[in-house]
Design a binder for this molecule. Sequence first.
Ligand code: OGA
Ligand code: NI
Length: 359
Amino acid sequence: MNCLLRWPEPVVRVQSLSESGISAIPARYIKPPSDRPSRNNTAATPTTKNFEATPINIPIINLQNLFSDDQSLCEETLGLISQACREWGFFQVVNHGVSHELMRRVREVWREFFHLPIEAKQEYANSPSTYEGYGSRLGVEKGAILDWSDYFFLHYMPQSLRNENKWPALPPSCRKLIGEYGEEVVKLCGRLMKVLSINLGLGEEYLQNAFGGDNIGACLRVNFYPKCPQPDLTLGLSPHSDPGGLTLLLPDENVSGLQVRKSNEWVTVDPAPNAFIVVSNAIYKSVDHRVIVNAAKDRVSLALFYNPKSDLLIEPAKELVTEDRPALYPPMTFDEYRLYIRTKGPCGKAQVESLKSPR
Ligand code: OGA
Ligand code: NI
């Protein structure tokens, strides 16, 4: 595990590069041509006049009826979520119960954090042993091509890993807002876990219990994608699938950038006002996604990862495994799986494929 004690090369803050006024990005950030962003966000549909391209977007689901007394409204919502998980593995939720004001404030406080002088942020510089703190790369492979982003990573749950001293002390309201935001979003994750459990034909509490009950993990990664002078040559975040159970992403309200892979095309998500983007990872599909950057505006996003208790052995629900549908992967703990990603960095579906059981 020695390789995870320190970064293999001196850390360069992408934000400093961006602010230095360079007009060409360093070679370390230039992706091979096949990995560069394409901006086609559309599908040609023969139904539109002149075969015009129509924008496509991930489903937007209103959660208002979820716990409604009206059984049929509730079931309709469950059905929409089930379909979104199967077809996309990604959807947006509105009327989710989290205060819009809180969402706005937490995003703004993080934007302010990233605009503090570099010395204030360096205090929280992270190492690959836990990734907690202010970071600029994922993976410890020497000579790797890097992504155009900085981030801040912190543990919110379990309580035993939560250490507010590792959260930014500035801006002054930052810690308090992280606490409030974490509480609300974890609550929403709990509700969504019930929905996914029911949709899989398992008991309402099944997934939450399988994830360790009250001992689930929750981490926050705040991503900062600085302006990029050559956005067509690089990516803000390389293709990856999130390792945990569920991710709730609060995107920048003004700048898009997140792309989801759908039948080998990259679809840019158009964020709906006050919505969260839900990534239903471990269940149904853990979909590849990536982030593109642009020359005009920086972008802030907050990803809250809802993870299983870190030392529980993760394997498919017994109820879902049959002779025709055997388990695809050997059981492993979340700690083991995460270590693998933390060593290699984001590498698309190869991340999971290489772990498949021999058949
Ligand atoms: C992530 C992620 C997307 C974004 O942090 O895992 O996929 O829009 N972020 O920043
Ligand atoms: Ni992700």
